[in-house]
Design a protein around this ligand. Structure first.
Ligand SMILES: Nc1ncnc2c1ncn2[C@@H]1O[C@H](COP(=O)(O)OP(=O)(O)O)[C@@H](O)[C@H]1O
Ligand SMILES: [Mg+2]
Length: 247
C-alpha cells in the first residue's frame, strides 16, 4: 500500500498543500489533473521527498515517515533514502545529465547508488533502451536527441533503478505534438504492465484511457477523486469548467 496522509507544505507564506491525503493503489495508474499552481508537482515531490512536507505521513509499502514532529529529517538520512529508493521520477523537462551519454545516464544510478556491477548495469540498460526504442542511441549525447528521445531515455533511466512507484510530472508537456506520441506509447505500455504509476497530465484523452483513478486537484487540496466517468459527470462546476477548458 502506498499513501500520503494530511500533507501540509508551505513555501514561505505560500500555503501550497493544505492537508492532502491520497491512496495510491499498487499496480494501478493514478492520474492527477488540475489547474496550474494547484500543487500537483509539489505533491509528487513530497511523495519522493525531493521536498520535505511540513507535516503529514508518507507511507510507501512498509517504509514510512511522519513529518512535523521535531526537526525536519536530513536529506541523506537512512529513512529518507529508503523511501526515495522506492520511487522513480520522470520530469517535465527530462533533466538528463548533459555530460553523460545515453548509456551513461541510464547506468549512473544502478552503478553509483545501487552498487550494481557495471557490466550487469550495461546489460540491463541495453535491454531498457530496446524497450524504449532507442538501441541505436546508446552512445549519443543528450543534446543530439529530440525532446521525445530525451524523455524516453529519462524513462529508461527511471526504470533502471527498478522503482516500485513511478512518478511522471507532465511528461509530454515540453514536447511538440508529433513527439508526444512516442512517449505516451511507452507510458501506456508501462500502465498495461501493471506498474504502480502516478502521472500528472493535461492530456485528457490519455488520462481517460490509462487512469484507474483520476484525482482532481485545486488550490492545494484534492477536490474529488474517482473514475473518469465520475469526474466527467458535470456534478462539480469547478471540475466541469476545467475539463471543458482542456477539450
Ligand atoms: N521550490 C519552490 N519554491 C517556492 N515556491 C514554489 C516552489 N515549488 C512550487 N512553488 C509554488 O507552489 C505553488 C504550487 O506549485 P506546483 O506544485 O508547481 O503546482 P502545479 O504543479 O499544480 O502547477 C505555486 O504557487 C508555486 O509557485
Ligand atoms: Mg506542475
Amino acid at each position: 500500500m502506498y499513501y500520503v496522509r494530511d500533507i501540509q507544505k508551505h513555501f514561505g507564506n505560500n500555503h501550497v498543500l493544505k492537508g492532502v491525503s491520497l491512496d495510491i493503489e499498487a499496480h494501478k495508474t493514478t492520474v492527477l489533473v488540475g489547474p496550474s499552481g494547484s500543487g500537483k508537482t509539489t505533491l509528487l515531490r513530497c511523495i519522493n521527498l525531493l521536498e520535505m512536507p511540513d507535516s503529514g505521513v508518507v507511507h510507501l509499502n512498509g517504509e514510512e515517515m511522519v513529518f512535523g514532529k521535531g526537526a525536519p529529517p536530513k536529506y541523506a538520512s537512512g529513512p529518507v533514502r529508503a523511501l526515495r529508493r522506492k520511487t522513480g521520477m520522470v520530469f517535465q523537462n527530462f533533466q538528463l545529465f548533459p555530460h553523460r551519454t545515453v548509456l551513461g545516464n541510464i547506468i549512473e544510478g544502478p552503478v553509483s547508488v545501487l552498487k550494481q556491477d557495471r557490466a550487469q548495469a550495461v546489460g540491463e540498460a541495453e535491454a531498457l533502451l530496446e524497450k524504449v526504442g532507442l538501441s541505436d542511441k546508446r552512445d549519443a549525447w543528450p543534446r543530439d536527441l529530440s525532446g521525445g528521445q530525451q524523455q524516453r531515455v529519462a524513462i529508461a533511466r527511471a526504470l533502471a533503478m527498478k522503482p516500485e512507484l513511478l512518478l511522471f510530472d507532465e511528461p509530454t508537456s515540453a514536447l511538440d505534438p508529433e513527439l508526444e506520441y512516442e512517449v505516451l506509447s511507452i507510458i501506456r505500455q508501462l500502465c498495461a504492465e501493471k506498474q504502480t504509476i502516478v502521472i500528472i497530465t493535461h492530456k485528457l484523452s490519455f488520462a481517460q484511457e490509462v487512469a484507474d483513478k483520476i484525482v482532481f486537484f485545486d488550490g492545494g487540496r484534492i477536490l474529488r477523486e474517482g473514475s473518469w466517468d465520475e469526474m466527467n459527470d458535470g456534478s462539480v462546476p469547478r471540475i466541469a469548467q476545467f475539463l471543458n477548458m482542456l477539450r
